[in-house]
Design a protein around this ligand. Sequence first.
Ligand SMILES: NC(=O)c1ccc[n+]([C@@H]2O[C@H](COP(=O)([O-])OP(=O)(O)OC[C@H]3O[C@@H](n4cnc5c(N)ncnc54)[C@H](O)[C@@H]3O)[C@@H](O)[C@H]2O)c1
Length: 247
Amino acid sequence: MPVAIVTGASTGIGRATALDLARHGYNIALCDLPGVSVAEVANHPDAAGRRMLPVELDLREEASIHACVATVAEAFGAMDVLVNNAATTLRRLATEVTWAEWDGLMSVNLKGHYFMSTAYGRWCIANGKPGSIVSTASTHGLTGLPMQSVYGIAKGGIIQMTRMLAVEWARQGIRVNAVAPATVLTPSRHASLTAEPARLEMMLNRLPQGRFPTAEDIAAAIRYLAGPEAAAVTGHILPVDGGLMAV
Ligand SMILES: NC(=O)c1ccc[n+]([C@@H]2O[C@H](COP(=O)([O-])OP(=O)(O)OC[C@H]3O[C@@H](n4cnc5c(N)ncnc54)[C@H](O)[C@@H]3O)[C@@H](O)[C@H]2O)c1
């Protein structure tokens, strides 16, 4: 049975991806911050018959990343897929962003994912195994937008990380891809956006399909890029955005 590591697996897109991959035959390492429970995902009926292993991970800590990868390698002896999904957000005018806020977001959303990816890639190369990384970028990494500069710059970095690592590791059989979702009303986004109905309406109206993509839409795209059907696809950024990038 193939094994997938999913970061930020407790909720939202990470949760949907873990359950989607479980339904499609993967055992899953459910990685999230210490103190954040993944029990609901681990015990979900969709995961019946799969091994769902909770693993603590704080992407701000190098030692935590290495411990996470070592734990998964030890437990499963395989790591077919890495889904870089965990992230934080920051909605702030560029003129008000502090040095500490920049470092805080970048340490998770860019640096953490880079070193998670290299820890994974190092293990694949050392063990002569193929690999597949799918990161959750964003349409905010592809277009300009007010109030989201640090978040968007980090997602732009994830997009370029995807291309760089895809080319560097192509001959070693490690594929590296990313999805770029438009807004998805995950619990965290739902809570913040329903407090601003006019903004929610404006965002919905920008989407050609007239609906927000769901966490399940994103999970299905991640599964495609992660799995053998995408064997010849690497360095690709797949918008899952209701047509937004086509406008
Ligand atoms: N929801 C959207 O509208 C949307 C749109 C485009 C891209 N994305 C991206 O998709 C991904 C998932 O989005 P979501 O809305 O489900 O997120 P979310 O905020 O609901 O969940 C984020 C997860 O990351 C975990 N996390 C946070 N900091 C961490 C750290 N330091 N180490 C390890 N885990 C940590 C959280 O505990 C949580 O499980 C993110 O990368 C996000 O940027 C989301």
